[in-house]
Design a protein around this ligand. Structure first.
Ligand SMILES: NC(=O)c1ccc[n+]([C@@H]2O[C@H](COP(=O)([O-])OP(=O)(O)OC[C@H]3O[C@@H](n4cnc5c(N)ncnc54)[C@H](OP(=O)(O)O)[C@@H]3O)[C@@H](O)[C@H]2O)c1
Length: 366
């Protein structure tokens, strides 16, 4: 792909079985803007390293300068502020050069009982609100943030399909799904002739690999692009925390979230974690790379992955992390060491399924 960047640091890839091309690192905007409330969601977006508009612009500028074209946000990130910051930044740019992804599902107004979930009403209203905040005419990738048990998924998918037909949305994506939920979405799209989901955004890193068990199998079989979020487990896979040291709640999201009970995920910092950090450190030293670069490289080298979504709270972090995108790789041996140290124990019936299907790959089977 021709770009107008001299120092392009990324590759470009199709997003699943779609015609959309994205850089192989997506920029996450969850830490743009800051919430001040005391409810759980406000606390989650209220940490000390949330970026104000000026810093967010600097991060966006550097990301674009290095060739990135894929930006991920959500209506709920800092309750609309993240989308607004991206919208203001896009006004200074050629909007068409960027692929803007956002999400719907979270409550945006606790006083309004219909302002939550995956109902037709909430989806269409939320798309219009996101478009307004993003100061654009369309959303490139509109993602359901999480399954909604209360709403028939066909209602959700018809609303998405209508948004796509109306031109307000280009592609439909999904996030945080189990295997059966994703397969149901795939099948309904096929049998009812609705727009298919082209991407799955899932928590995936050296500390959380549960998506491999089912959801990624569906992606592989059905041509859905995987965009892993939190590839550094929110900062835990950077090597900046030291064994036996108290986490400082004022200098990192991880420290803040643990101290304020504001984490979406409770990652254990146990012996398995420290063994992983030791190995990451030794690989990083041997290759003259940083620990975050090695952690990101492990995600990038998984065949199923299209583009990990990285977060950065400084331009320095971003620039350094983007150097993982291309030009070097982990050896098979290094990948295996990290695979082994991060393996999760499979439960029944996954344990039996994998054990007795070992070596049963048929390249012609779809
Ligand atoms: N779909 C979903 O439910 C969902 C959930 C979560 C995230 N996401 C998406 O994924 C994106 C990325 O998630 P994430 O922020 O958790 O990603 P991540 O890459 O795992 O963590 C990023 C955080 O790690 C720290 N960090 C990054 N690079 C570093 C470096 N070189 N040295 C030291 N510290 C470093 C920074 O936080 P500190 O400086 O504060 O330590 C940074 O904000 C989000 O912005 C969002 O778009 C989606």
């Amino acid at each position: 792909m021709k770009t107008d960047h001299d120092n392009n640091m990324v590759d470009y890839t199709f997003l699943g079985n779609s015609g959309l091309k994205v850089s192989n690192l997506c920029l996450g905007a969850m830490n743009f803007g800051k919430s001040t409330g005391t409810d759980f969601l406000s606390k989650a977006f209220g940490g000390p390293t949330q970026a104000n508009e000026e810093l967010s612009f600097q991060i966006l500028d550097k990301y674009a300068e290095l060739g990135g074209n894929f930006i991920d946000t959500a209506d709920v990130y800092s309750f609309g502020k993240s989308e607004e910051i991206i919208g203001d930044w896009l006004m200074l740019r050629e909007r068409e050069k960027f692929v803007i992804a956002t999400k719907v599902r979270s409550p945006m107004d606790l006083e309004n009982i219909n302002n939550v979930g995956l109902s037709r009403r909430h989806i269409i209203q939320s798309a219009e609100n996101s478009i307004r905040r993003l100061k654009t005419d369309y959303i490139d990738l509109y993602q359901i943030h999480l399954w909604d048990d209360a709403v028939p998924i066909e209602e959700t998918m018809r609303a998405m399909d209508d948004l796509i037909r109306s031109g307000k949305v280009r592609y439909f994506g999904v996030s945080n799904l189990t295997g059966w939920q994703l397969q149901k979405i795939v099948d309904i799209a096929k049998y009812k002739g609705l727009s298919p989901a082209i991407s799955l955004q899932q928590n995936y890193n050296l500390m959380v690999r549960s998506a491999e068990v089912e959801a990624f199998k569906v992606c592989q079989n059905e041509g859905i692009g995987v965009i892993p979020y939190s590839p550094l487990a929110g900062g835990l896979l950077t090597g900046k925390f030291k064994r036996g040291e108290e986490l400082d709640p004022t200098t990192s999201r991880v420290g803040y979230s643990k101290a304020n009970n504001a984490s979406f995920f409770d990652y254990p910092m146990d012996d398995k974690y420290w063994a992983l950090i030791d190995e990451l450190k030794s690989i990083a030293e041997a290759k003259n790379k940083t620990i975050p670069q090695v952690s990101l490289r492990w995600v990038l080298q998984k065949d199923i992955v299209a583009a990990p979504i990285i977060g950065a709270t400084s331009v320095k972090q971003l620039e350094s992390n983007m150097a993982a995108a291309k030009g070097w790789s982990l050896s098979q041996e290094e990948m295996k060491k990290l695979d082994d140290l991060s393996a999760c124990k499979e439960t029944y019936p996954y344990d039996l399924t994998y054990k007795f299907n070992f070596g049963r790959q048929n390249p012609y089977k779809k």
